[in-house]
Design a protein around this ligand. Sequence first.
Ligand code: PLP
Length: 350
Amino acid sequence: MEKPRYYFPEERDTANLEFSHLGFDYVACPYRFEAVFEHGVWRARGLLEDKVMHLPEGSQCLHYGQQLFEGMKVHRGPDGKIYAFRPRDNAGRLNSGARHLRGPEIPEALFLRGLEEVVQGNHPYVPPHGSGASLYARPFYLGVGDNVGVKPASTYVFRIFVSPVGPYYKGGFGPDQGKGFMVSKYDRAAPQGSGHIKAGGNYAASFHPGAEAKAAGFIDALYLDPSEHRYIEEVGAANFLAFKGEALLTPESPSILRSITRISLLEIASEIFNWPTESRKIALDELDEISAAACCGTAAVITWISHIVDDDRRWEFPFDHRWQQLYDVLVGIQTATREDPFGWRYEIQI
Ligand SMILES: Cc1ncc(COP(=O)(O)O)c(C=O)c1O
């Protein structure tokens, strides 16, 4: 049987890009994967060349934010093999969002097939091992159709595009890369709203607070809980972490995103380093007793927080070597430079 045109396994080379100089920006790759849900069934359309989408003007995703997205990274190991990190967890989180937005779930097998095909099709864009860059995969899900009423769609598009990326926060990770965050007066999500799912509207709501923080000289906003404005939630695109004495702390709240990086770091902390971990409410005032702060996410990996400012209060946090220990294990597993005792790597055959 003739191979589909987009498989080019004989090509082992990489695209002509300066991978080590990439920021977190969109780079158009040749192919994107698409599937459509219509008449009650998902149908894969396979890889498409057109990065421009053609949608009905009445689509729910355009008017009512019936939209979800995911973000995950794909790395090339020292042996040239290609690995995604915990993609089943992204599929599960997308489906919890689909349930909340009253759309159909995506079969995990379809999600994984889409990821594999889009990475296979664009494999020269998977950055070389050691470049510090990765291939970011952006699955997303749209309610579409000829509609005007406020109700869920009956047709959905699921697409995954990929883009090679460098660090999310300029400068990336390291003891000379402390980032400052400003406590926001705004909320990114409602107390019992959609903050726990990766719905696009949550992110539009963070543009104004984020822009205010940046204008004031900070890297981003830090949000407090939307009911009392007393407890730390998370930052624009990453969960919050802190060390208090021996323990690694992370906030628990119904309105933050369940970060896959966070659950991985908690597991590394307890299973590999035997450090105590606590997921619980963390009051802003408790920063007085915290010795180190950071945030974590697929894009942000681990980002050291050097200072947090709330009006006239300011907390400073030194670089803690335990961030480096966590970073080395996490990135070592992701990039296949160390063993993966948890089974998190997902190999994509080219
Ligand atoms: C609001 C928010 N919190 C946390 C995270 C981190 O989640 P993950 O580690 O699954 O990427 C992200 C990024 O995906 C995010 O957008």
